[in-house]
Design a protein around this ligand. Structure first.
Ligand SMILES: NC(=O)c1ccc[n+]([C@@H]2O[C@H](COP(=O)([O-])OP(=O)(O)OC[C@H]3O[C@@H](n4cnc5c(N)ncnc54)[C@H](O)[C@@H]3O)[C@@H](O)[C@H]2O)c1
Length: 315
């Protein structure tokens, strides 16, 4: 089955791996990667690339017409930690880019959208354990406020205009191909690099901060599987809770120490601790399991084995 796809923000942590996987599945020429900057060499050489600002409606429209794009994956955003430093820039990027793709779909220029939300839509008043799909939200970060607003707009465009927009609330994502882009869960990637390169790591969260996390392969599988699902089965048009594993900095350290016994971690919490404290510890993803058969494969120890093996090979 051939279709043409555009990825906005393709050079980031998720966009890079999503581009590779979609190209493997639908053919390199059918998947156009785009970003405001160039990405890694392997990404740039793997298929068509456009320098494109996701806040510029006309520029996106031109690319969509030129390549006869049917589906858009919007991965451009400012993440939680950076957004606290630049609130208005974060709001403008996260909301304007979303309105651009929603309006392109409303005007029948594209037929399907993927837009990621986040566990940051929840806040300090949300029940922390096994957090339900529908519960108290009240996000307390700039990023979380933009994601919750985004969810409301996605559902609104689906109900009012029939826009086929699909979304998941990603937990913190762990990957080895691209470094993370300024989130509160970045420690869970940095720690593997530090374990191999320095044998020690200073963690910016305290050792008992338990957060929902996921290995990138599972996140990419979830994304593509949701996009390929029968639309009639999708009952959630805001964003689906997506669960996999939950762990603390102490637990990831112990998992790494099974491979590198001398690895040492110190804990010096910074402003990101407050963000992490406002988020859930674990996620109830019954709706995703029921509606589109979501099933994660990686737990903490298999993630650690994959991360260390792959980082060793690439160093
Ligand atoms: N990585 C995670 O753990 C995580 C967790 C939850 C949700 N998410 C969401 O997933 C999406 C992708 O996240 P990521 O981790 O890949 O982020 P990232 O920061 O690694 O990548 C974002 C990309 O967007 C690009 N970008 C920034 N401004 C742009 C603009 N105006 N036009 C075009 N491109 C622009 C950046 O250059 C970057 O390559 C975001 O919506 C993010 O909120 C990520």
């Amino acid at each position: 089955m051939q279709k043409s796809i555009l990825i906005l923000g393709a050079c980031g942590q998720i966009g890079t791996e999503l581009t590779f996987e979609l190209r493997a599945k639908y053919g390199s020429e059918n998947v156009v990667a785009s970003d405001i900057r160039e990405g890694g060499q392997t990404l740039m050489e793997s298929g068509p690339f456009e320098l494109l600002d996701a806040t510029n409606y006309e520029a996106i429209e031109d690319v969509i017409m030129h390549y006869e794009i049917e589906e858009v994956y919007l991965m451009a955003a400012m993440l939680s930690a950076t957004a606290e430093k630049f609130p208005m820039r974060a709001w403008n990027l996260n909301m304007n880019s979303l309105f651009n793709v929603l309006n392109l779909a409303k005007d029948n220029k594209i037929s399907k959208i993927f837009w990621p939300s986040s566990i940051a839509v929840f806040g300090p008043n949300t029940p922390k354990n096994n957090t339900a799909q529908n519960t108290i939200m009240e996000p307390s970060t700039v990023y979380g406020i933009s994601k919750q607003s985004g969810e409301r707009w996605c559902e609104y465009y689906f109900k009012k205009f029939g826009v086929d927009v699909r979304s998941v609330r990603y937990p913190g994502l762990i990957s080895w191909k691209t470094m993370p882009g300024g989130g509160t869960t970045d420690y869970a990637v940095e720690i593997y690099h530090a374990a191999l390169e320095q044998g020690k790591y200073q963690c910016f969260l305290n050792q008992d901060t338990k957060l929902p996390m996921m290995y990138m392969d599972d996140a990419i599988k979830a994304t593509i599987s949701l996009m390929e699902s029968n639309p009639e089965k999708l009952k959630v048009r805001s964003s689906y809770n997506l669960g996999s594993m939950s762990f603390t900095p102490k637990e990831i350290t112990e998992s790494i120490q099974k491979h590198i016994p001398d690895f040492e971690v110190t804990y010096v919490p910074d402003f990101r601790q407050e963000i992490a404290d406002s988020w859930p510890s674990s996620i109830d993803d019954t709706a995703a399991k029921h509606d589109w058969n979501w099933k994660p494969e990686f737990d903490l120890d298999s993630t650690t084995a994959e991360m260390l093996n792959n980082l060793k090979k690439t160093s």
